[in-house]
Write a protein that binds this ligand. Structure first.
Ligand code: CO8
Length: 260
């Protein structure tokens, strides 16, 4: 995989994807978004990758939003296409079937906050700032921020964040449930890699079904979602990993999951 604006590094079963446009605080232009789309599709297919970490280059910014140079000249139809393309990439991340950890190393604003919200888990450096400042540009969020933010933090907080556009600290983001953990900035990648290594030991098919059950379940009626969960539960019973996990427990040894 060769990319102009992404760095991809492997650490055993973890792939670290770094958005690499530090001169513009890793703003997402169309090319970067498309590179991200291609990278996610390739990492999804690669069975040796069990967990992905997504972060931004440098120590100042995760992603400072969509590239405002492109937004400033967009047309109505182009804007719609751009929003749909971004939503598509974020959907791919959300439904990749492998945990994607956002390591939020600084500003996660606008499209950057939306990107972090599409990830499965979010770790934030204590120096990070998160928000949806589109309103200050006369815009609204366009990468599904109006939808994922209320699902994560509730309608009231989402309205406040999107209508004021004022970014919040990592601690406040943790308090309202926008990030899972806050860690000292210097320890962010170590913590993210440790979490990734922990998850990488899990049964991949079970993780895929958990992500699928949670993501799909919040969109459909509860009773239907429970039926769906039961079907996936039945399906995992057909895996070698289920047999390995249960027999390892009974034999008092550590399981070794193969993803089959
Ligand atoms: N796009 C393009 N360039 C950017 C962006 C951006 N989002 N953010 C920062 N930059 C550039 C700056 O212009 C500057 O460039 P230069 O050095 O050439 O002047 C460089 O990065 C460094 O930035 P600053 O000098 O501004 O750094 P500061 O430390 O002073 O400020 C901030 C940091 C507070 C993060 C500030 O840069 C900022 O406010 N950035 C914009 C944040 C923002 O508004 N993000 C939301 C963008 S809109 C969006 O994301 C919509 C998503 C959905 C789109 C749907 C499709 C239509």
């Amino acid at each position: 995989m060769t990319f102009e604006n992404l760095l991809i590094e492997r650490d055993e079963a973890t792939a670290v994807v770094t958005i690499n446009r530090p001169k513009v605080l890793n703003a997402l232009n169309s090319q970067t978004l498309d590179e991200l789309r291609r990278a996610i599709l390739e990492l999804k297919q690669d069975a040796t990758v069990r967990v992905v970490i997504l972060t931004g280059a440098g120590d100042k910014s995760f992603v400072a939003g969509a590239d405002i140079n492109e937004l400033s000249v967009q047309t109505p139809t182009g804007g719609r296409e751009h929003a749909l393309a971004g939503q598509h990439v974020l959907d791919l991340i959300e439904n990749m079937g492998k945990p994607v950890i956002a390591a939020i190393n600084g500003y996660a604003l606008g499209g950057g906050c939306e990107l972090a919200m599409a990830c499965t888990l979010r770790l934030a450096a204590d120096t990070a700032r998160l928000g949806q400042p589109e309103i200050a540009l006369g815009l609204i969020p366009g990468y599904a921020g109006t939808q994922r933010l209320p699902r994560l933090v509730g309608t009231g907080k989402a309205m406040e964040l999107i209508l004021t556009g004022t970014p919040i600290t990592a601690d406040e983001a943790y308090r309202i449930g926008l990030v899972n953990r806050v860690v000292p900035a210097a320890a962010l990648m170590t913590e993210a890699r440790a979490l990734a290594a922990q998850l990488a030991k899990n049964a991949p098919i079970a993780m895929r079904y958990i992500i699928n059950a949670v993501n799909k379940g919040v969109e459909i009626p509860f009773a239907e979602a429970c039926q769906y969960e039961a079907t996936l539960f039945g399906l995992v019973a057909s895996t070698d990993d289920m047999r390995e996990g249960t027999s390892a427990f009974l034999a008092k040894r550590k399981p070794e999951f193969k993803g089959t």
